[in-house]
Design a binder for this molecule. Structure first.
Ligand SMILES: Nc1ncnc2c1ncn2[C@@H]1O[C@H](COP(=O)(O)OP(=O)(O)OP(=O)(O)O)[C@@H](O)[C@H]1O
Length: 419
């Protein structure tokens, strides 16, 4: 703490304070989060997780980690200061004047790049919302607040905790399913919709009808002057079945909107998205497919004699869109081992492979649950989270919540409100 001087207090979160500071020997402004450390070991580990995960991110569209240390029962996380404020503030400042599509796409493309970086690192943000997305003075978009993020490497931990902001939470979470990369995509869809309309997509006067709207994916259409691609993107991002939602990688590389997004990316960023595409020789792919007994997975893509395969293990071990299940999707992988590893995961629909890794069974689990859930949502919203939230006023639905599942048997669990 001695290395920094306090400029001012900029916020008070549930965790503690957010301070604007400067290093003793410098003039650069930083944000310092001062987090009260709980007494128990697991609470301390949870608090440290934000610093650990943020420090793993190095991307121009993610708030940069500077330093962290502990003193006097507090954890301090020092990070880049985004002087342009957050997107929620920007939306409020518009006073009903809509943003142009160019501005929206420019910001959204950067949000996707930041999210893709996080997902590529096997991390889920779990609290993407306009209040957690910042702008620098030069207009660069940065994803911030990793207080709810989790690493997929600790699959058990992420399956046992529910976090998020009710208004941005995807249908699968309302139905007690594991959080996955597509849940982040849903939340990004909410932010995109807010940028387009200055309204939240799912609004309601009661928790029950809010959850019903989310679970049915019913929202007012975008104003008609927006492009067909933007309408189509929103529609896809609000698919209630996460398998039908595009991943951020797909949005950036092979979705109908990708071409428009690329127009708004600086050249280096375009390359970053494109360079993952790696062409495989047909024989190479066939050999792998034979080995796996997964011939149906191998189809030639539009490029004659080449085969593309999926690089992002993360993208696949969660849930991917139907397009990437039919082919080896865009991406690169340097070793056949990598292909094998990914291929196991791609075939989430196949029971044969379901027992090969924990991650597959997790994906399988989500898939089968999803089938059941769609029927359920036609009747009543899921009771579990609703029963907790009913005691909370709806206006607090824009706040972040952490709920812990009490026990492991997922469908029967009781949710324990921690806040
Ligand atoms: N990197 C940053 N640059 C600029 N402002 C920031 C940055 N990080 C946080 N802030 C601002 O600091 C304040 C506190 O933010 P923080 O995310 O720590 O808590 P919160 O979002 O208000 O509460 P909680 O996370 O408990 O819901 C907010 O006004 C936020 O906009």
């Amino acid at each position: 703490m001695d290395q920094y001087s306090l400029v001012k207090v900029i916020g008070q979160g549930s965790f503690g304070r957010a301070l604007l500071v400067q290093p003793i020997n410098g003039e650069q402004n930083y944000v310092m989060k001062e987090i009260r450390l709980p007494k128990d070991d697991s609470g301390i580990r949870n608090s440290r997780r934000e610093a650990v995960l943020l420090s793993r991110m190095k991307h121009s569209n993610v708030v940069a980690f500077i330093d962290s240390f502990e003193a006097d029962g507090h954890l301090y996380i020092v990070m880049e200061f985004c002087s342009g404020g957050d997107l929620l503030l920007k939306i409020r400042q518009q006073k009903n004047v809509l943003f142009t599509e160019d501005v929206i796409l420019k910001w959204f493309a950067q949000m996707c790049l930041g999210t893709k970086h996080i997902h590529d690192k096997r991390v889920l943000h779990r609290d993407l919302k306009s209040k957690n997305i910042f702008l620098t003075d030069s207009g660069t978009v940065k994803l911030g607040d990793f207080g709810s993020a989790c690493s997929l490497n600790s699959a058990k931990a992420y399956a046992q905790t529910y976090v998020g902001t009710p208004y941005y939470v995807s249908p699968e979470i309302w139905d007690n399913k594991p959080y996955n990369n597509k849940s982040d995509v849903w939340s990004l869809g909410c932010v995109l919709y807010e940028l387009c309309t200055l309204q939240h997509p799912f609004q309601s006067s009661s928790w029950k009808s809010l959850i019903l709207k989310v679970c049915r994916g019913t929202y007012a259409p975008l104003p008609s002057h927006f492009s067909y691609e933007l309408h189509y993107l929103i529609k896809n991002m609000f698919k209630t079945n996460p398998k039908d939602r595009p991943s951020v990688h797909t949005i950036l590389s092979s979705h109908r909107v990708s071409r428009l997004l690329h127009k708004h990316l600086v050249p280096e960023k375009k390359e970053l998205v494109q360079e993952r595409t790696h062409h495989w020789k047909r024989e190479e792919g066939e050999k792998v497919a034979m080995f796996l007994g997964q011939k149906s997975l191998v189809t030639t893509t539009s490029t004659e004699g080449t085969l593309q395969e999926e690089q992002s293990t993360f993208e696949n071990n969660c849930i991917d869109d139907p397009a990437s299940r039919k082919r080896w999707a865009v991406g690169t992988c340097n070793t056949v081992m990598g292909v094998l590893r990914n291929a196991d995961i791609i075939s989430t629909g196949s029971m044969e492979n379901a027992e090969q890794t924990d991650l597959i069974s997790e994906a399988e689990y989500v898939e089968t649950q999803e089938r059941r859930v769609r029927k359920q949502w036609d009747k009543d919203p899921p009771e579990r989270l609703l029963s907790i939230l009913e005691k909370v006023q709806l206006c607090y639905g824009f706040e972040t919540y952490t709920l812990r599942r009490d026990g492991q048997s997922s469908m029967e669990t009781k949710w324990m409100a921690l806040r």
